[in-house]
Design a protein around this ligand. Structure first.
Ligand SMILES: Nc1ncnc2c1ncn2[C@@H]1O[C@H](COP(=O)(O)OP(=O)(O)OP(=O)(O)O)[C@@H](O)[C@H]1O
Length: 512
């Protein structure tokens, strides 16, 4: 193979699903040592294309060439044999197993031979060091952060000898610090001769790290350009087919009465360590309080405590003066709390239910969806149709299973359902994770519209830009405590970053 031969060439790939052409004659070339970004709005067909390259789906038409030779990739094992590795959006790791156990899982030697754990752990250690991944081979998956779990997925591909790595929205789950580190890791990978296909919605990252970008819209290639010859605005426009504003327009907040008040809230983990540590927080009607923090500082626990998914060991949580700590989730929901969860697959949707059923997951037992103990399918479908239209959720049909929707469209559906509940308090956890720039604009507008309708909005996000642009006040969480509060117009990324690292506390823990 000469240097000009692409390491991967997809030629006129077409893939249809019921009611939709997900990939419509897509052609892409990936060269050795290149980072090639795939950009496209939610549902454009990026994941489908990569699932084809990884052998998870078979295309109806088109061919794949690896190093200039046509290949048939009929399973992920075949893809791995061909040197292709995929780091998925949703990790496929076994929680109670160690890092090394997860990495060797599925690549064990043939029958009869026992895995040499020590040797495998040493290899994991070596790969970890070579690429600066800082993974502990013996840590259990359930004890490590999402960012670390992703690195385990990366090592898993390297361990199997991948030369071609596919990253499916890898930074969607990462903190700003972790993103910088991951981009460095990717640079190191290509410097050593690996080639990368990167699916991402983040134009900044594409401009920073990719050599080439292919833009896909509704299953078709719109253009392939060098990043050095384009701009973020141009990319956004090509992707969504219209101009996108990157600025969030909003009027100053008009805060009213206190809706949520948390006082000295303590919650302990199974080892007796306080994951929420005397946490104080207030959110008023008509304002958006943004929670900034590095992943793993109590954000998930805060949401769990607020939604009844976690035991509160001390302090109080009041919603409009009514105590909701340690109440069952349904009661809290009925009391006026809506929740856009950070993990849409775990807490947002039932993937094997239809979209229609998912739209009434929390309200199906109420009128008009339930009558005399029977589900009123007509009313449920009507509700689903209206939400799907209003929020531009792209699904072939309301009876399509949630699993078949693109990640971004699943997220839009959850947001539609939660906002429609007309809550007093809307908890939005990573609400724009995995969304395209057009959809981000839409969701952020919705949050502001909720605020303007007098709702209290609690926004938890790892996207500093989002926290800065959308919040009226920002509270910084660190080791389970609110360690400071700032106004977006009076702070900057550096100051927030320092506070998030626990090294500079601007104000006392009081807020509100
Ligand atoms: N298994 C499936 N069955 C039916 N339809 C599917 C399936 N997988 C994907 N689709 C449909 O194919 C289209 C492309 O989806 P895909 O997940 O590839 O989009 P994407 O560009 O990766 O989007 P996102 O950025 O939201 O993740 C969507 O309309 C989706 O609903």
């Amino acid at each position: 193979m000469d240097a000009a031969t692409p390491v991967v060439e997809l030629k006129k790939i077409t893939k249809r699903f019921p009611g939709i052409v997900a990939n419509d004659s897509i052609s892409i070339k990936l060269h050795k040592g290149e980072i090639h970004a795939l950009l496209g709005e939610n549902g454009a067909g990026k994941s489908t294309l990569m699932n084809i390259l990884f052998g998870l789906y078979q295309p109806e038409e088109g061919t794949i060439e690896i190093g200039g030779k046509p290949v048939q990739i009929d399973s992920p094992n075949k893809a791995i044999d061909l040197g292709i590795g995929m780091v998925h959006q949703h990790f496929k790791l076994v929680q109670p197993f160690t890092v090394t156990e997860n990495i060797v899982l599925g690549s064990e030697p043939r029958k009869g031979l026992k895995i040499n754990y020590k040797k495998a752990a040493a290899e994991v250690q070596r790969l970890s060091e070579q690429y600066g991944l800082q993974v502990n081979p013996n840590a259990k998956i359930e004890d490590i952060s999402v960012g670390m779990q992703q690195r385990v997925e990366i090592i898993k591909t390297l361990y199997r000898g991948a030369d071609i790595l596919i990253f499916d929205e890898p930074t969607a789950v990462l903190t700003p610090q972790e993103i910088t580190e991951l981009l460095d890791i990717m640079k190191r990978l290509v410097a050593e001769g690996k080639s990368i296909i990167l699916i991402t919605h983040k134009l900044k990252e594409i401009m920073q790290i990719a050599d080439t970008v292919t833009i896909i819209r509704r299953g078709q290639v719109v253009d392939t350009v060098k990043t050095s010859a384009t701009t973020p605005n141009e990319l956004a426009e090509k992707m969504v087919g219209r101009r996108v504003s990157f600025k969030v327009d909003k009027q100053p907040a008009q805060p009213g009465q206190t809706v949520l008040e948390m006082n000295h809230v303590v919650s302990k983990n199974k080892d007796g360590i306080s994951v929420l540590d005397e946490l104080d927080l207030k959110v008023k009607a008509g304002e958006i309080l943004g929670i900034a923090g590095v992943d793993g500082n109590g954000q998930s626990e805060l949401i769990e405590a607020l939604t009844g998914l976690r035991k509160v060991d001390g302090g109080s949580i009041q919603l409009l003066g009514q105590e909701i700590a340690n109440q069952p989730p349904r009661k809290i929901s009925e009391a006026g709390v809506s929740h856009i969860p950070e993990d849409r697959h775990k807490h947002g949707l039932v993937l094997d239910f239809s979209m229609s059923e998912n739209m009434v997951l929390e309200t199906y037992y109420q009128a008009p969806y339930s009558k005399n103990g029977f589900l009123n399918k007509e009313a449920i479908d009507k509700q689903a149709k209206s939400l799907i239209e209003k929020f531009d959720v792209r699904t072939p049909d309301i009876h399509t299973k949630a699993r078949a929707l693109s990640g971004g469209n699943q997220q839009k559906a959850i947001i539609a359902r939660e906002i429609d509940k007309n809550p007093d308090l809307l908890i939005a956890a990573q609400p724009t994770r995995g969304l395209d720039v057009g959809a981000i604009e839409f969701v952020q507008k919705q949050l502001i519209a909720q605020r303007d309708q007098g709702k209290a909005v609690l926004l938890i996000s790892f996207e500093l830009d989002e926290i800065m642009n959308v919040s009226d006040r920002i509270a910084v969480i660190y080791e389970g405590k609110i360690v400071g509060e700032v106004l977006p117009e009076e702070t900057n990324d550096q100051e927030l970053g320092l506070m998030m690292a626990g090294s500079a506390v601007k104000k006392g823990a009081e807020n509100g």
